[in-house]
Design a protein around this ligand. Structure first.
Ligand code: FDM
Ligand code: MG
Length: 194
């Protein structure tokens, strides 16, 4: 079963609603710069668009996640998995409100990161997908397809818990298992324009 099957489609017949566009990829795959470009492009076309990212560090759950990621706290793998998911749940109603009001959300990481990173640690696939059931289904997932080796060459690599080449290789394999019909694979290119 695909992750998007677990998520709730948002009134597919409502043409005035915004789109939920998710960017996924390894750490240092270029999601953040691609995301800025897409937002500027859509704004230029007159769309209402916002840039979101998960984890969202502004919430109290997000701060617990930040402490874990920077090795300031230790948490059981299952516990941190739930925190990442809870961080999406606490933004769900705001996400629905924005989409229904016609705002397009371009989101840096979503449920696919949650499952790819936790299953790369060895957690069970079905168990990892379960807390995502009921989140809003993306309209499009753009996967930035950079190799783990190429990502590791980029500046500042290694500063965070998950930025280890061996681990990122496993994450890349697990991402490939998640690919479904909502995905568009995008080969990494520093100068690419969306
Ligand atoms: N990450 C991110 C997870 O392990 N699970 C999740 O649900 C999410 C959203 O946290 F290494 C990982 C992926 C990445 C780190 O992401 C934070 P950024 O994009 O590097 O800030
Ligand atoms: Mg990162």
């Amino acid at each position: 079963m695909e992750i998007s099957d677990n998520c709730t489609p948002l009134s597919a017949n409502n043409e005035s609603r915004g789109a939920l566009v998710v960017f996924e990829g390894l750490d240092r795959s270029g999601k953040t710069s691609q995301c800025g470009r897409l937002v500027s492009y859509l704004e230029g076309l007159g769309h209402s668009v916002e840039l979101w990212r998960f984890p969202d560090r502004t919430t109290s759950v997000g701060q617990m996640i930040s402490a874990y990621r920077t090795n300031k706290s230790q948490l059981d793998d299952h516990t941190i998995h739930f925190l990442f998911s809870a961080n999406r749940w606490e933004k769900r109603s705001m996400m629905e409100t924005k989409l229904k009001a016609g705002t397009t959300l371009r989101v840096d990481r979503y449920s696919y990161s949650g499952v790819a990173f936790s299953t790369a640690k060895g957690l069970d696939f079905e168990w990892c997908k379960a807390p995502e059931i009921g989140l809003i289904a993306p309209d499009l997932v753009v996967y930035l397809d950079i190799t783990p080796e190429k990502a590791a060459e980029r500046g500042g690599y290694g500063g965070e818990r998950y930025e280890q080449l061996e681990f990122q290789r496993k994450v890349a394999q697990h991402y490939k298992l998640l690919k479904d019909s909502s995905w568009k694979m995008k080969v990494f290119c520093v100068d690419c324009r969306l």
